[in-house]
Design a protein around this ligand. Sequence first.
Ligand code: HEC
Ligand code: HEC
Ligand SMILES: [Cu+2]
Length: 397
Amino acid sequence: MNPQQLTTVQAVDNAFIFILGVSIFMLLLITGLMVYFVIRYSRKRYPVPLSQKDQNLWLEIVWTVIPTLLVMAMFWFGWEGFLTLQRIPDGAIQVNATARMWSWKFTYDSGKSSGKLYVPVGTPVKVKLESLDVLHAFYAPAFRVKRDVVPGMTTWVWFEAEESGSYNLFCAEYCGVGHADMITTIEAVPQAEFDQWVIFSQPPVVDGEILLDRYGCLSCHSLDGSASVGPTLQQIAGRITKVKRGAESLELRVDRDYLRRAILDPEAEIVEGFAPIMPPFAKGSLGQDLDRMLDFLMTGESIAPLDGEQIAKEQGCLGCHSIDGSALVGPSFKAIFGRITEIEGRGGITVDAAYLRRSITHPEAEIVDDYPSIMPVYDQLTEAELNALVDYLKGIK
Ligand code: HEC
Ligand code: HEC
Ligand SMILES: [Cu+2]
C-alpha cells in the first residue's frame, strides 16, 4: 500500500472514477457492438443463418477473465478507500462535534466552541461525533465523508482540507422539523489563523483576571502594582502615563480610547521606560472580549454583560423559538416576559426571571400546553450566560 496516505477525497474519487470509467467504457462498447450487429447481421441481409456456432473457448475465457479482473480492481479501489477513511493519519488534530435537534456544536482542545467547523488547511482533522438526542449524520460532500451520528455511540470521520475556503456541511439524516436548519459550513483557514482563532477567542468568562490571563496579558503585566515586562495594570484608569508617540513625548490620562489603542496598536504609543515589545491584538480575534476587557480595566471590577442574543443563536434556541410571534417547535419568545403561560397540569404561570431560568435548565419540569416535551436540557451554561439569556428574553418585545 502507498507509503503516503491518501486523503479522503483521493480515496473516494479513485474508486468512483475507476468504476465510472469502466462503466462508461462498457456502456459504449456493448451498445456500439449491439448496434453494429443489428445492422450487420440483420434478417434483410441474411435471411438464413450462415453458421450455427455453439462453442468458442477463447471468447469464453476472455469474457470471464476480463470482467473478473475489472471487478477485482473495483474491489481493490473500494477497499483501499475504505481503509483510508478508517485510518486516521498521524498528526491529526481532534475536534468534538455534538449534534442536537437542530444544530451542530464543535468543541476544540482549547475549550472554545463554535457552530461552524473551523479547521486548519493542510492538517488532517479527526471529528468525533456524538448526538444528544436522535440520529443525525455528518455529511461534508467536498471531503467525501458521511457518517451517522448515533445517540449513545461515538463515531468519527477524518478529512483534510487542501485549500482554504468555506465548505458545506449538512445533517444527512432526517431528524425532525428543523432538520434543514442543520446546514452549516466547514471553514478551512490557514494554520496561523486557526491557531489565533482557537487560542484567542475562547468561551466567555466573567472574571476580568481570567479574561486577561486567557489572552496572555498577565505574563507581561501584573495586577498588583509591580512592574514586570510591561507596566502594571492595577488601577490603570485615570492614571497619567508618559508615552512616546514617534519622537514626541506626551503625558496622557488613561481613558478607554487610550486603552483600546494600547491593546490594538501598541506600537503607536510606547510607555516610557519600557521596550516596544507588546504584540498587537487584532480586533477580530478579541471580538466581544475587547469591550469586556476595557470595562474591566476601566472599572477594575465589572465585566460587560454577555450578549444574550449571540448565546441564543449559538445554543440553537432560535431554531426552535421565533422572536416574531410565530410558533415554531416551541412557543415564540415575542413578548414572553410577563405573559401568562399555560403549563400542563398546572394552569397559568406568569413568566418571570425564575421561570425563564427553570425553563432553560429544567425544561422537562414544566411543559407548556400543546407543545411536545422535547426541549434539550441546558445544564452546561455558566451563571453569566444564563443571566445574559434571561436578560435577552426579557428584552424581546
Ligand atoms: C509580550 C509582553 C506583553 C503582552 C503579552 C501584553 N503586553 Fe501590554 N505592554 C507590554 C509592554 C512592554 C508595554 C509598554 C510598552 C508599550 O507601551 O508598548 C505594554 C503596555 C500596555 C498598556 C499601556 C500601559 C500604560 O501604562 O500606559 C496597556 C493598557 C496594555 N499593555 C494592555 C495589555 C493587554 C490588555 C494585554 C493582553 C490583551 C497586553 N497588554 C499584553 C507588554 C505586553
Ligand atoms: C429542540 C427545540 C428547542 C430548543 C433548541 C430550545 N427550546 Fe425552548 N422550548 C421548546 C419547546 C418544544 C418548548 C415548550 C415545551 C416545554 O415547555 O418544554 C420550549 C419552552 C421554552 C420556554 C418556555 C416558554 C413559555 O412560553 O413558557 C422557554 C423560556 C424556552 N423554551 C427557552 C429556550 C432557550 C433560552 C433555549 C436556548 C438556550 C431553548 N429554549 C432551546 C423547544 C426548544
Ligand atoms: Cu440532524
